[in-house]
Write a protein that binds this ligand. Structure first.
Ligand code: SAH
Length: 526
């Protein structure tokens, strides 16, 4: 992209504006844009592929990118297949999870992929250069000639060298050894040479079909990558149980959410009529949500060595908040997503809270915790994922100590009657599908369940008014540059999830979606 622009500026500065061809500038920019996108996407996968094997699967956490999603998914697959859960207290190297073999760690395939990224980038860059370098390019033959000439151009060499250095460093870091650095540098050099050959073909393709081939190539690359991912997900995604769908959804979307939004994966509690000027307000609103639900359950002033279960913990935003608020508390966070668990563990370590905050991959419907364990069970927007709402409340009650409290913030539909209209049901069903929800119930149902179970202090409240600005904020983030790049890197599930923010916005405004607070206490003598 920059290459094309620079070249044209160069021509202009030499006062040769008559040689500046708008058409070739446009084509060059287009090619450059495709190149950039392809490069970003490829790099996304390269970093996943390379960092995961050595750092994440092999030795638990340790590297910044060790939680990259492909590895997370692989761990997820095995954890779910074998039914193993993990003990997070001692952190991360879990023998129950698959260990990367040496050959996997040093796989030349990964280096080739890295080289490939450089190759694709250089290819497109050269294409861009050739197309914009001169207005004399008006036929395939002159184009090829220009392109070959471009190989000798210092700018092309500069670009390739940067790409080369980048890929070499990438692979070098990945293998954490200098010899790997050099051998991958050689590989990358080979790749760049190959780029010269390929660029001729690709660019001729562009010229001949006016960019259409580029579009096809882009779509094909995206499709190939998604196919590659799908085949890596293999069994888990072919077994579309609810648990698997939830785990898969969060494995694939948590990284982009964290990067673009933050560590809390739930609505904010906004002041009525609040105008949002910056993202900090969204983060504050999310912390206010945690405070609000604690206050609602009358558990905001607890003290001493209490135990808290965060049922459906995401990447641990709430769990850490609770641990900081209650300095003697021990918090257990559970999630279905191994990626989230790894990320939660890493973030908690970074805050030095790991001896009090522990994360496991575990089903909140049937936990391993003994009866009467927790003083507080906290469910921040996980109830909507539960296949049996009453069963979930029952499990929460089981693990609560007598006198202990359950607080929930949960997605619901509006109270009935009047019965839901067909278009309301349609909208809800679209939302279920994209966010891996089985169904949602009405808020008052939770109170009925709790009363049936002989719980006390039960109450619920519709908080939809307080969350109204949220989904519009999500949409704004999704269409930001960072959002778009993150979404493309994360893949189809995340893109679809972001798209559905619009449905959520509609569901909230239309009144079919209800955001509810609910609390109940286990009777002291029960
Ligand atoms: N409470 C978190 C995340 C909310 S997203 C936060 O506030 O940031 C919903 C979470 O519920 C995800 O982490 C998902 O893995 C978890 N979840 C959904 N169904 C679950 C189940 N059956 N068992 C455990 N966790 C579940």
């Amino acid at each position: 992209f920059f290459f094309g622009v620079m070249e044209q500026c160069h021509l202009m500065s030499q006062s040769a504006p008559e040689r500046v061809s708008k058409r070739w500038l446009a084509i060059g920019l287009l090619i450059g844009l495709f190149g950039t996108l392809t490069f970003l996407i490829t790099i996304g996968d390269v970093s996943n592929a390379m960092w995961v094997a050595p750092a994440s699967i092999g030795r638990g956490s340790g590297s910044l990118f060790s939680e990259a999603s492909t590895g997370g998914r692989r761990v997820a697959k095995t954890a779910l297949r074998t039914g193993t859960t993990t003990n997070g207290y001692e952190d991360t190297a879990d023998p129950a999870l698959p260990q990367a073999t040496d050959s996997e760690r040093k796989s030349p395939f990964r280096k080739l992929v890295a080289g490939g990224a450089g190759l694709i980038a250089s290819t497109f860059a050269m294409g861009a250069h050739a197309a914009t370098a001169t207005s004399e390019v008006h036929s395939t033959t002159t184009l090829v000639a220009t392109l070959l000439g471009a190989l000798a151009c210092p700018m092309v060499r500069l670009y390739s060298s940067v790409g080369l250095l980048f890929t070499a460093t990438l692979t070098g870091f990945a293998s954490k050894s200098s010899s790997a650095f050099f051998s991958s540098a050689v590989l990358a050099q080979l790749a760049v040479s190959a780029a010269a050959a390929v660029s001729v073909l690709v660019t001729v393709g562009f010229t001949a079909t006016g960019g259409f081939a580029g579009l096809v190539a882009f779509v094909a690359l995206f499709g190939l990558r998604e196919y590659w991912r799908a085949s890596r997900l293999a069994k888990r995604d072919q077994d579309p149980t609810l648990q698997n769908r939830i785990a898969s959804f969060y494995d694939q979307t948590s990284q982009v959410w964290e990067e673009v939004w933050g560590e809390h994966m739930h609505h904010g509690y906004y002041k009525k009529g609040e105008v949002i000027r910056n993202h900090e307000q969204n983060i504050e609103a999310q912390e206010d949500m945690v405070e609000a639900i604690l206050k609602y359950g009358n558990v905001d002033k607890m003290s001493g060595p209490i135990r808290i279960l965060d049922a459906g913990c995401g990447i641990g935003g709430s769990a850490r908040y609770l641990a900081e608020k209650f300095p003697e508390a021990k918090v257990n966070g559970i999630t279905l997503s191994p990626f989230q668990r790894q990320r939660a563990v890493a973030l908690t370590k970074a805050k030095g809270l790991e001896d009090r905050v522990n994360f496991d991959v575990e089903d909140a419907m049937h936990t391993r915790f003994p009866d009467n364990t927790f003083d507080l069970v906290y469910s921040m927007e996980s109830g909507e994922h539960m296949p049996d709402k009453k069963g979930f409340v029952e499990e929460c009650k089981r693990v609560l100590k007598p006198g202990g409290t359950l607080v929930m913030a949960v997605w619901c539909h509006r109270e009935t009657p009047p019965a839901l209209e067909p278009q309301e049901v349609d909208l809800l069903q679209k939302i279920y599908k994209v966010y891996a929800l089985p169904y949602v119930c009405q808020l008052s149902d939770f109170q009925k369940f709790a009363v049936d179970m002989n719980m006390t202090n039960t109450k619920f409240e519709d908080w939809t008014d307080y969350i109204k600005p949220f989904w519009w904020e999500v949409i704004k983030k999704a269409v930001s540059v960072q959002g778009v790049v993150g979404l493309i890197r994360s893949g189809w599930t995340a893109i679809y999830g972001a798209w559905a923010a619009w449905w959520m916005h509609k569901a909230v405004e239309g009144g079919v979606f209800v955001f509810g607070a609910f609390t109940a206490t286990k009777k002291a003598e029960a």
